[in-house]
Structure formats: C-alpha cells, structure tokens
Design a binder for this molecule. Structure first.
Ligand SMILES: Nc1ncnc2c1ncn2[C@@H]1O[C@H](COP(=O)(O)OP(=O)(O)OP(=O)(O)O)[C@@H](O)[C@H]1O
Ligand SMILES: [Mg+2]
Length: 187
C-alpha cells in the first residue's frame, strides 16, 4: 500500500505538540503534554507503555496531538500510518476479493499505527472481531499504537467488549484531553 505522508489528513499535517493551542482555557494540563512528548522517546529507549490512548470530548485536539506523536516516530525513521477506525473497517470490507495486502494486514504490521476515533465505528460483531484481532496482535507483537477516542476505557468495554478494553488497559498510557472544542472560536 502506498501512503502519501503516512495517511495524515491535510488538516493535521502541521500539528505539533508545540502548536497545540494553549491559550483557550482549560488547555491540556501542562503535566500532560510531556507525557505525550516523551511517549515515543521512551519507546526508543526500550521502555513501555507501547500504546498511547488520547481521550476526551469532541474537538479537544486529540487527533492533532496524535498526528504530532506519529510524526515524532516517522521523523526517527519509523514507518507510520494514520487511519480512522471507521475508514479502516470500511476499506477492509471493500477489499474482499482483492489481490495484494489488505488494509487490516497493513495495519497489523506497520511500525507505528494511529487509530483515530475508536468507538466511532458501528459496533457490529464483525467490527468487534476485526478490532479485537488487530489490537491483540499489535499488543502481542509489541507494536507502538496510538488511539484517539471520545470514549473512556470503561465505555470502550461496553461498546467493543471487555477483551479489547482489557488489552488496551494494560498496553497504553492514558491521557485525558479536556474540552472545550478548539473548533469553536473562544469569545
Ligand atoms: N497540535 C495542534 N496544533 C494546532 N492545531 C491543532 C492541534 N491539534 C488540534 N488542532 C486544531 O484544533 C481543531 C480540533 O482538533 P482535533 O480535530 O484534533 O480534535 P479532536 O479532539 O480529534 O476532535 P474529535 O473528537 O471530533 O475527533 C482542528 O481544527 C485542529 O486543526
Ligand atoms: Mg479527532
């Protein structure tokens, strides 16, 4: 699969941890950004956790921060892929019968995967199985994975099952990215 800029959408290509808007209260707590900034540095040093889970309300800047984290990894020479969970599942469905590597196979093996919007997919049995497989495999193979979600881990457990949530729980560093939405101009 060929990837233009690791699949990062144009809206997020210039997002860095430094460009995260901090002037709008309540910005992400100052103690939180270093945890995001150091996440990949620590992995390179052989440390855990290998997962980074950014959660919070709509528009709080999770995807921008996640794209910035993915960028830190690709700047170190790692191969990365940004995909939203609904789009990954849709393209996997659409790829049935195609020759070549499926989107899910690519997601399983890429060095660093950014799964944007976990919980935004329709929680069908098939979707739950696919995500269960993907997360189990990436955890088992110790592959760095960034997840963003509007849902807390207990809410993910309700939506996608205890297995997915339990694996993520043991694998990820959790960072809460609070609102308000950065998409609404402050008045
Ligand atoms: N690090 C950043 N630097 C500059 N702008 C950013 C950064 N992160 C986010 N933004 C901007 O803030 C807006 C909202 O951010 P983002 O899309 O990341 O929110 P989100 O938390 O992922 O929302 P949702 O829950 O709807 O997915 C976007 O317009 C984005 O471009
Ligand atoms: Mg987002």
């Amino acid at each position: 699969m060929m990837m233009d800029d690791y699949g990062i959408p144009a809206e997020y290509r210039d997002c860095t941890l430094e460009s995260y808007p901090r002037t709008l209260p309540p910005a992400l707590d100052d103690s939180q950004t270093p945890r995001i900034a150091q996440w990949f540095t620590r992995i390179e040093a052989g440390d855990q956790p290998l997962g980074l889970y950014l959660y919070g309300p709509v528009g709080s800047g999770k995807t921008g921060l996640a794209a910035a984290s993915l960028r830190l990894a690709t700047e170190q020479g790692y191969d990365g892929w940004f995909t939203t969970v609904p789009r990954l599942l849709q393209s996997q469905r659409d790829s049935f019968g195609d020759r070549g590597e499926s989107p899910m196979a690519y997601a399983l093996r890429i060095d660093v995967l950014l799964l944007d919007d976990l919980g935004a997919e329709r929680p069908t049995g098939w979707a739950m199985e696919q995500l269960d497989d993907l997360i189990r495999e990436r955890v088992a193979e110790l592959r760095p994975t960034i997840v963003t979600s509007n849902f807390t881990l207990p809410e993910i457990a309700e939506r996608l099952g205890a297995r997915v949530a339990d694996r993520l729980g043991g694998f990820c560093e959790f960072v809460h990215v609070p609102g308000p939405s950065l998409r609404i101009p402050a008045t």
